[in-house]
Write a new protein. Structure first.
Length: 161
């Protein structure tokens, strides 16, 4: 079991668009295992590869006792809206209401390159969107608007880099 350290705000890997996975070999299977081991830590709903320093389009999730992963995800079919608190392991001790779709479909592949489709609602939908954003170099604070965004930016200035 390998729980990898989480990269924190200010690390350039968090702002880099991740490369697609094109080879499904032992290295990818080790990455997926590390992602799943890391997301199993208490209080974690998702971990994206960039958060453990790997610039590949892969993430793990842990929602309602269901642990899984997705490689090269594409989101589609958003429905509804939720505006609930959201946080990020890479931005510890911060959390802000964040607008997300209430339901979303994520398609991609598993560690063997086999097609996977996940339809998520509620917290799973939030996790799928949050982790896919990480793969595009986007943090949840980038999606905030208005007073919430201003508050988040004030808080960010207090974080040592």
């Amino acid at each position: 079991m390998t729980v990898r350290p989480i990269r924190l705000y200010g690390d350039p890997v968090l702002r880099t668009t991740s490369d697609p996975v094109t080879v499904f070999d032992e290295a990818v299977r080790r990455l997926v295992q590390d992602l799943e081991d890391t997301v199993r830590e208490p209080g974690r709903a998702g971990v994206a590869a960039p958060q453990i320093g790997v610039n590949l389009r892969a993430f793990s999730f842990n929602v309602d006792g269901r642990v899984g992963h997705l490689i090269n995800p594409v989101l589609s079919d958003p429905e509804g809206a939720q505006d609930d608190p959201e946080a990020c392991l890479s931005l510890p001790d911060l959390g802000f209401p964040t607008q997300r779709a209430m339901a979303v479909t994520a398609t991609g592949v598993d560690q063997h390159g086999e097609p996977v489709t996940i339809r998520g609602t509620g917290l799973l939908a939030r996790a799928l969107q949050h982790e896919t954003d990480h793969l595009d170099g986007t943090l949840y604070i980038d999606t905030l608007r208005g007073d919430t965004r201003r508050q988040a930016l004030r808080e960010l200035r207090r974080i040592p880099r």
